[in-house]
Each structure stands twice: as C-alpha cells, then as structure tokens.
Design a protein around this ligand. Sequence first.
Ligand code: ADP
Length: 349
Amino acid sequence: MAKKAGKSYQFAGFSALYISVVLTVILGLFSFYQGEINFLHLSFFFIVCFVICFLLLQLRLEKLIYRKIKDIYDEVSLLDATSLSQQQVSTDMETLTQQIGLFAENKKLEIETLKIRENYRKEFVGNVSHELKTPLFTVQGYILTLLDGAMKDKSVRKKYLKRANKGVERLIYIVKDLDMISKFEVGGLQLQKEQFNITKLIQNVFDLLEMKAAKKNIRLLFDINYKAIEPIEVFADEERIQQVLTNLIVNSIKYGRKDGSIEVSVEHLIKNKVIVRVTDNGEGIEPQHINRVFERFFRVDKSGSRKEGGSGLGLSIVKHIIEAHNEKIYVESQFGIGSEFSFTMEKAK
Ligand code: ADP
C-alpha cells in the first residue's frame, strides 16, 4: 500500500459535537427547571464534553478500524499483517477504500500473472515432451528392430545403429538448447565481454556454414568489402554473438530458396552502436507469425522445420543472448520474398 494512510477527524468531530449539544441542552433544561441556569457553566460543560467525547471517539475508532482491517488481512492471508503495524492507521473511509481497492487490484494482477505463468509452464512441459518423444521413439524403434533379429544382418546393423545415433544426436541438440534457455532465464549465464572485430567473426561463421549453404547452392555474402575499410570493433561476448550469427544464418539457409543468397551487413547506427543485418531471399514469414517467431518452440511450419532439424528454440536463444547484452533484435519479413533479422551491438571505445 504505497499511499500513506490519511487521518480524518471528521467523524469523531461531528459525533462529539452532536453528543455535546444534546447533553448541554439536557443539562440546560434541567438547570432551567431548577431555576439556576448559568450560561458560563453550560459553555464550560459543552467544551469539556466535546473534548472528552472527541478524544474517546477518535481513539476508539482508530483502534477498531485498525483491529478490523488487521483481522481481514490475517484472514485472507494475502498480506503479512505486520506490515500494517508500521503504518499510520487511517480512519478516513475514502483513504481506506482506496487502500483496499489498490490492494485488491495488486492481488488480482498477481493472480493473473500466476495464471499466465501456469499456462506457460503447462504449454512448455507439453512442448518439451512432444519434442523429445519423436527422436526417443525413433531410437527405441531401431534398437528394438536390432534386438528382434536385425542385429544378425551386418549391413542393416550398421545402418540402424547410425540412424539410432542420429536420434540421440537430435536429443542432445534439443537438451542443450533447453539447458541454455533455462540458464539464461535464471540469469545463470554470465557474459564474457571483450573487444573484437565483428566482420572477422561473420567471416568465420560464413566459413563454418559454407558447406551447409552449398547444399542448397546459397551464396553467403557481405554487402560491401569490409577488408577495404577500417575494422569495426565491438564490445560483446564473442562466443555468444557467434551463436547468434550462426542461428540466424542457419535459419536463412534452412528457410532460404535454392540458388538464393544471404547477405550480412554491419552499419553504424548511432554514436556507440552498430547494427548487424542478416538478409535472405527465402520463403519469408507471414505477417500473423512475425511477432511469434522469438517464442520458444514456435514454428511456422511444424513438420517442415523439424525435417530441417529445427527445434523451434533457435530464435528464442538468439533473443535471450541479445537481451542479455541489453541490445535489441528486430525482424522484418515479406512472405514469399525474404526476411531480415537485425540486432544492435555496442561499439568498442
Ligand atoms: P527452428 O528450429 O524451427 O528453426 P527458430 O526459433 O530458429 O526455430 O525459428 C522459429 C520459426 O521462425 C521457424 O520455424 C521458421 O518458421 C521461422 N523463421 C526463422 N527464421 C526464418 C527465416 N530466415 N525465414 C523464414 N522463416 C524463418
């Protein structure tokens, strides 16, 4: 309850006034019939009566309201009632109503957040088991077939073992991705920031992915010849940024067009920032899916992506890494034309 409790003397004041007036009138009438009415005494009585009534009422009221509200808080156990004892007790009904309203609103918000989290958790557990089920059953299928006799056939044995191993590799790949995401989410992954040449790192990633791109005859290009200009030095965790670039370029290859191209550019954005853009001329993303691509396990085409070896976690990891650097990631895409993923980085001083 951020709002400081306000005190109101109105209720006690008016009540004391009514009581004092009534008692003074009664005393006045009584004195009148006795024939010894003294207005000075009556005024004195009125004042003393008013002060005593006011103090008693105010004190009782504060005690009563404090006790009642504490009881309510204790009963619903929504708030540690000790936090109330440090606060001034309000006897002003409006402030009280406001406080209770605010309290209820905060609790409602808390409950809603918990509900969303609970749904998210359920969905997450469902997604994880679904993702793990397919490769697990594949592995089990090959092993059972081998045990059922295929083991005796030398050529089949090797083939099945290789396939089972592929399934295991996929399991490891998914578990590693999940492990990284959960580490990011609990803040357990520390960044090792250092100064490095970003275009050199991009070239390294190009070299690593050359074969993969060649399978679809996709060219990996820079927008300009960065060797001919001043090196662009950035300050970030080089290993993690390599992973960001790898995930983005691998996606551009996976969802890229055969014989297409992927272009990477590094531009100076503002004084201390650069922006790295990865642009492809692949299948693109439909507008209704764009906002969801960074969600864990989100895939536009579930079967297609799985065929390509995707788990739906790649972009979620990318976003975590960029946000851990306090930077931003953007996506622009036109369905059927291509996509551009870009992220900002801090320039080295
Ligand atoms: P996946 O493992 O499925 O690739 P990601 O998290 O990397 O998971 O991507 C999520 C989804 O976003 C993909 O399944 C795909 O539908 C879409 N996507 C990502 N990158 C691209 C791209 N360059 N072009 C078109 N679609 C993309």
